[in-house]
Design a binder for this molecule. Structure first.
Ligand SMILES: Nc1ncnc2c1ncn2[C@@H]1O[C@H](COP(=O)(O)OP(=O)(O)OP(=O)(O)O)[C@@H](O)[C@H]1O
Ligand SMILES: [Mg+2]
Length: 349
């Protein structure tokens, strides 16, 4: 089932939680909703689920207006942020919950078969008699997902389902979620404020900031072509460099930049990711930026070299391969030359 949010706005008193949100999710897509705390992610999810009303706009399922459809008729399964399991119910009863409260309740045998198949899907066979406090955090989240899947939802809404778990477990569960999605193809909207999680799991990523959508695109599009400084900074480490703009064009030190698309822009800021910086000991003919090494962190899969620009003292960090680093043999206090494999320029400064 496809989902569409059309011109959705929501205010809480004078505060705007959602400001004219437009979003289409195709049938079977896995889309992640990424944004800082307070940007409106949960509010949008609750409106799509029917748990919250919007002030304006509509929600469409398969192209049909569902704005006024009650929650139980939306065929939506959800795992919400901080939405705990029923503590007094076993794993079995938790998963069977949505089936037991149905107006047309399936037979006992049908419920048992369903719960068993879900337990196998979420890899928790044999744990059906346990209670939530006898499970690990990762196991609990898998039970919550099984409970959401029990009603055969057409849409799955996941609000930071792995938020409270440690990094390694999160990693496993991400891969596992991707696998489940590949086998069930349920249209899924997955909220996270972890950029790695969003980029790794989703077919498309929606980046929200302050009640609005900043950008929608594939993980590669969002990462390689961030439309705004906010998206650039939110999606990974980035360096900001001040840009000189005059009649001769725009430049960072001696490195000329492509002219800004919009004419009449007087101030620009350049953004460069650490891995897009190359370092050398000699200028090599091409325009380069003279820098000085201030700190070296080489105990990882790559080496991070902290630098300052010699022309204006701005700080930047480069990330280079261990091999390049060993070949360069740079030490703190030495001067070097930086070049940019890719640099992105935005108006403002
Ligand atoms: N019922 C409410 N009454 C008043 N303000 C609310 C209400 N619900 C949400 N808000 C406000 O709306 C904004 C968006 O909240 P929302 O829960 O959607 O953010 P979020 O993106 O999910 O953040 P987080 O990552 O912290 O979960 C927040 O500033 C929040 O304080
Ligand atoms: Mg939230």
């Amino acid at each position: 089932m496809s989902i569409e949010a059309r011109n959705i706005s929501r205010h809480f008193g004078a505060f705007t939680a959602l400001d004219d949100i437009n979003l289409k999710i195709g049938t079977g897509e896995l889309v992640s909703l990424l944004g800082p705390s307070g940007s409106g992610k949960t509010t949008l999810l609750r409106i799509i689920a029917g748990l919250e009303r919007s002030d304006t706009g509509s929600v469409l399922f398969n192209g049909e207006d569902a704005t006024l459809l009650p929650v139980r008729e939306r065929q939506v399964g959800f795992v919400f942020q901080h939405y705990a399991l029923f503590r007094h119910m076993s794993v079995f009863k938790n998963i069977a919950f949505g089936l037991n409260v149905r107006s047309e309740r399936p037979s006992k045998a049908a419920i048992r078969d369903k719960v068993r198949s879900l337990l196998s899907l979420v890899q928790l066979e044999g744990l059906e008699e346990r209670y939530p406090n006898q499970l690990s955090g990762g196991q609990r989240q898998r039970v919550a997902l099984a409970r959401a899947l029990a009603i055969d939802p057409k849409v799955l809404l996941l609000d930071e389902p792995f938020g409270a778990l440690d990094a390694r477990v999160r990693h496993e569960l991400r891969r596992w979620l991707r696998q489940i999605h590949q086998s069930l193809h349920i249209t899924t909207l997955f909220v996270t404020h972890d950029q790695d999680e969003a980029l790794e799991v989703a077919d498309r990523v929606v980046v929200m900031n302050q009640a609005r959508i900043e950008q929608i695109g594939s993980p590669e599009e969002i990462y390689d072509h961030p439309r705004t400084p906010f998206v650039h900074e939110f999606l990974g480490k980035s360096n900001t460099l001040s840009v000189k703009v005059d009649s001769g064009g725009a430049s960072v030190g001696a490195i000329a930049l492509p002219p800004p698309a919009a004419g009449g822009v007087h101030s620009l800021t350049a953004y460069v990711r650490p891995h897009q910086i190359g370092l050398s000991r000699v200028p090599n003919g091409t325009p380069v930026l003279p820098v000085k090494v201030t700190h070296i962190h080489a105990a990882g899969s790559s080496a991070r070299v902290d630098l300052i620009r010699i022309d204006n003292g701005e700080e930047l960090a480069a990330e280079i391969s261990r091999e390049d680093f060993e070949q360069l043999a740079l030490t703190v206090g030495e001067e070097a030359f930086a070049r940019f494999k890719k640099i992105q320029v935005y108006p403002g400064g």
